[in-house]
Design a protein around this ligand. Structure first.
Ligand SMILES: [Zn+2]
Length: 247
């Protein structure tokens, strides 16, 4: 299995790697597996990374348009090019589109801060979410949400962000994770039974969730958010949209 650096250090933006498998893609996009990578394969509402593969030997470069998980391995999907993909054994530099990734990290952490505030202040559970670089949405079981509450939520989230809360990544044995009430509320029980270890993201003092995504290390890196909209998706289910203020 290739080394998957995005889960242990979200700030690594480039790495040297060997090609271990190539599929020319028969009319579709070629895909490449590496012995290590900095790409996030997507999941949990966070889109996969984009970036470049560079071959120092001859200066060739390939654009990675997306990444995904296949049988546990991170697979890089390349833009089609006329002279074909790299070859097994090639030494490549793997470079993220860092501006995009960092925007996704800030957005993802902002959404967790929103979750933490909505749970702490209103006891509303999150049911889903999605994001793009710089903006995102979360759905809550939040029957009594109103426009006034949304203003208060925006203020409260921004107070938490400027408070400089540390954001920690932990990996826990499954049993230990299941004993933590905060993790139960975020539907950890929906994780497939085969998973032995649970990765968690903790905004210290505010929010703790089982999560596979990439996050900034401190809430001050998010900056401020704006609530850009809210909708009713039914009597109970409500959606809140946010954007990074400088996005
Ligand atoms: Zn998340």
């Amino acid at each position: 299995m290739g080394e998957q650096l995005c889960y242990t250090d979200a700030y690594v933006r480039s790495v040297a790697a060997r090609v271990v498998a190539v599929d020319a893609g028969d009319g579709g996009a070629p895909v490449v597996v590496l012995d290590r990578t900095v790409f996030y394969p997507g999941g949990g509402g966070q889109p996969s990374d984009r970036g470049l593969l560079l071959r120092a030997a001859d200066g060739r470069r390939w654009t990675v348009r997306s990444a995904r998980k296949a049988d546990g391995e991170i697979v890089h999907e390349l833009e089609e090019s006329t002279d074909g993909p790299p070859e097994v054994g090639d030494l490549l530099e793997v470079d993220l589109d860092w501006a995009r990734r960092l925007a996704l990290m800030r957005t993802h952490t902002a959404l967790h801060a929103l979750c933490g505030v909505v749970w702490r202040d209103y006891g509303a559970l999150v049911t889903g979410g999605n994001m793009e670089p710089g903006s995102g949405r979360m759905d809550f079981e939040f029957e009594r949400m109103t426009g006034d509450l949304v203003d208060a939520i925006e203020e409260a989230v921004n107070r938490e962000l400027v408070a400089g809360r540390e954001v920690r990544v932990n990996v826990l044995p499954r049993d230990e994770a299941f004993a933590i009430p905060d993790l139960i509320r975020t539907k950890i029980n929906l994780l497939p039974p085969g998973i032995e270890e649970i990765r968690t993201i903790e905004i210290v003092g505010l929010d703790l969730q089982a999560d596979g995504g990439t996050h900034v290390a401190n809430t001050t890196e998010v900056g401020r958010i704006k609530v850009t909209g809210y909708e009713s998706k039914g009597r109970i289910n409500k959606r809140i949209r946010i954007a990074l203020e400088d996005a």
